[in-house]
Design a protein around this ligand. Structure first.
Ligand code: 3PG
Ligand code: CO
Length: 560
């Protein structure tokens, strides 16, 4: 049987209602105290929603196993969150797939590994990626296993190009991860392999830009990693961190400038040369796609790469299957098919999706199961609002929230679209800077944006669904996970939290178009983001596909 795209009509919720889906990035639920940026912010619209319709407000799980991550200790993130929201099902994600490929040894039998092995005997294998155990883009324990695996299989020379985190893990924790890596490298040297760190830089300044916001970031990485050129040169990564921090005490891990490690002769210890292999060890795509293009594409015009070495490049995962990017990879990515967006198109639901650049791919590419492009150019429209460039978002915490809301309003009022979907990024992007004051301003702006969009829903007698992809802004401090109380360190101070959280997120439904008597079911207390797709498919007038996680709503027969 060919796959059946046609969805059955819903008996209560009728076709033809306009539906607004609002994803508040990084907006979780947490104790209402002074460290909760959302609580501190004036958010009259969101507060009102929570108060007025208790059977249309609930919490959803957005972390750990509920979004396909290896453990309940794993905080949520935008990639796995938007995958679950758009696909209506839970898929084992990159982190878990790499774990299994490494522990089973399957990784070493794959074509991607064979491809890089040709550099083992006479050339260098380079590893490039985010050095932390955040588990969002990469994990340092996976890097460590992979390096050992390569040494055991004959690699004679290795160089590591590190990107400092401080965004998915504590700011200032970079030296800890460098220490662990240096110990690993010492172990590998004992195996007869010449192994060391060759370059580095902060993830927001070097290499890990996303959605083509700023190619200059990728170029800085390229110059340091490939050419061995950077404004700062040090004998070790430990020195680099110490000296750069001494020069600028306010410098956070994530914003470190690029640096190159040089030998006693002053020459870089690990530029990327002809016949070398290069592995980018991040499993998550969004912030490695741009670098992957620079390393993998023959034709490339985003910046001048200089003389392009003939390398064998592989990604830990394939980052974009549609673009076949990169062509070689160590672990196959999750196959996320039959997403809600594709169903909507097959059932003639006209879709409009929008965010600003830094989250644009989240509500399009990631929402659609990591798929580039549209399902139907006649039924869909995707709009990107350019993000501010070259700043940390605490400098402009309003971001583009209001502009996105105005555009969404216009799209809804136009009558040209049935499904209007946005991501409002402030809670997350400003939350990641660890700046509480700016985060509060960001959250207040989010609330204003929501108001604009809900007014539009009211005007067209439509339906809304507001939720979030994971927590962030509700926790501006490191907390004791059991008590929720801030952790106080030896100096008697609380510690800034820049990362996401394991908190649940709100889910709110309503609008004049939502049939009376439709309310949240009580029998799904453990529901998560993957239950959202069935819910909005109902709002469009259909039963969800049979294999989707169950809908969150029921209707009171008496009201029918
Ligand atoms: C980032 O890439 O900015 C963080 O690591 C994760 O944030 P996101 O999952 O919200 O994009
Ligand atoms: Co984030």
């Amino acid at each position: 049987h060919p796959h059946r795209w046609k969805l059955r009509h819903h008996p209560v919720m009728r076709r033809g209602k306009r539906v607004m889906i609002i994803i508040l990035d990084g907006w979780g639920e947490q104790i209402a105290d002074e460290y909760n940026g959302i609580h501190v912010a004036a958010t009259p619209t969101m507060d009102e929603l929570k108060k007025t319709a208790p059977d249309r407000w609930r919490l959803l799980r957005a972390h750990g196993l509920s979004v396909g991550l290896p453990s309940w200790e794993d905080m949520g993130n935008s990639e796995v969150g938007h995958n679950a929201l758009g696909a209506g099902r839970i898929f084992t994600q990159g982190a878990g797939l790499v774990d299994v490929a490494l522990s089973s040894g399957k990784l070493y039998e794959g074509a991607g590994f064979k491809y890089i092995m040709s550099a083992f005997a006479k050339n260098t294998v380079h590893f490039m990626g985010l050095l932390s155990d955040g588990g969002v883009h990469s994990r340092s324990d996976q890097l460590s296993l992979l390096m050992k695996g390569c040494a055991e299989r004959g690699a004679k020379r290795m160089r590591v190009h590190i990107l400092l985190d401080g965004r998915d893990v504590a700011p200032g924790s970079a030296p800890k991860y460098i220490d662990i890596l240096e110990k690993d490298l010492a172990g590998i040297r004992k195996m007869g392999c010449d192994a060391m760190i060759a370059s580095g830089g902060g993830r927001m300044a070097v290499t890990m830009d996303r959605y083509e916001n700023d190619w200059g970031v990728v170029k800085k990485g390229w110059d340091a990693q490939v050419k061995g050129e950077a404004p700062h040169k040090f004998p070790t990564a430990g020195d680099a961190l110490k000296k750069l921090k001494e020069a600028d005490a306010k410098l956070d891990d994530q914003y470190f400038p690029p640096f190159v490690i040089v030998g006693s002769d002053g020459k870089p210890v690990g530029p990327i040369l002809d016949n070398d292999a290069v592995v980018s060890f991040n499993f998550r795509a969004d912030r490695m796609v741009m670098a992957a293009k620079a390393f993998d594409l023959e034709k490339f015009d985003k910046f001048d790469r200089g003389k392009m070495p003939k390398i064998k490049y592989a990604g830990m995962l394939q980052y974009d299957a549609d673009l076949d990017l990169p062509k070689h990879f160590l672990v196959a990515p999750p196959l996320i098919e039959k997403t809600s967006g594709e169903y909507l198109v097959h059932n003639y639901v006209r879709t409009w999706a929008c965010s600003e650049t830094v989250k644009f791919g989240h509500v399009t590419f990631v929402w659609n199961g990591n798929r580039s492009g549209m399902f139907s150019s006649s039924l869909e429209k995707y709009v990107e609002i350019p993000s501010d460039k070259g700043i940390a978002f605490n400098e402009k915490p309003e971001m583009k929230a209001i502009a996105i809301a105005e555009k969404a309003k216009e799209a809804l009022l136009s009558g040209k679209f049935d499904h209007v979907r946005v991501n409002i990024a402030n809670g997350d992007m400003v939350g990641h800077t660890g700046d509480p004051k700016a985060t509060v301003i960001g959250c207040e702006t989010v609330d204003k944006a929501v108001k604009i969009m809900l007014d539009a829903v009211e005007e067209v007698k439509g339906i809304f669904l507001i939720t979030a992809d994971h927590g962030n802004a509700e926790d501006m401090v490191k907390r004791n996970l059991k008590t929720g109380k801030p952790v106080v360190n030896k100096q008697g101070k609380t510690e800034v939290l820049t990362s996401h959280t394991c908190n649940p997120v709100p889910c709110i439904i309503g609008g004049p178009g939502l049939a009376k008597g439709v309310r949240f079911r009580k029998d799904l207390p453990e529901a998560g983001l993957a239950n959202v797709a069935s819910t909005f498919i109902n709002f469009h007038g259909f039963h969800a596909p049979w294999d989707y996680e169950p809908t969150l709503v029921e209707y009171d027969e008496k009201e029918k």
